[in-house]
Ligand binder design. Structure first.
Ligand code: ZN
Length: 132
């Protein structure tokens, strides 16, 4: 398993981590398998979506903020309930097939680290399970 760190720059941000994950997979020398990406935080997540048009992550951020506003009648003392809720909705892990040492993603798909309570220095884990 590899642990990677990432510096986020704003409260709510989606950062393309496809290249970093693909490089970590290459180092494992696995031809065929499954790559798991796991985010060990309660206010950050991981998802797969389009990065060809930067307006896609921008729109996701905008709509999540409408559905889960930063201020509401939350009871959580820390004041970041919106970040916790967004994390549960988006999820803490993704699984991507690996073939010929490469991530199998659709043409328009990228892996995104989703920061919901930044800026912070975060981490995420990459593990490749060989299946061949
Ligand atoms: Zn909290």
């Amino acid at each position: 398993m590899k642990q990677l760190s990432i510096r986020t720059n704003s409260r709510f941000e989606m950062i393309d981590i496809t290249r970093a994950v693909a490089d970590a997979v290459k180092e494992e020398n696995v031809v065929s398998g499954i790559c798991y990406v796991f985010v060990p935080h309660t206010t950050a997540a991981v998802t797969i979506n389009e990065n060809a048009d930067p307006d896609v992550p921008r729109d996701i951020i905008m709509e999540l903020d409408k559905v889960i506003p930063f201020h509401d009648n939350y009871r959580h003392m820390e004041g970041n309930s919106a970040a916790h809720i967004k994390t549960s909705l988006i999820g803490s892990s993704e699984a991507v097939f690996v073939e010929n040492g490469n991530l199998v993603l659709g043409t328009w798909q990228s892996l995104f680290f989703c920061e919901f309570d930044g800026p912070r220095t975060r981490k995420y884990m990459v593990k490749v399970i060989a299946t061949d």
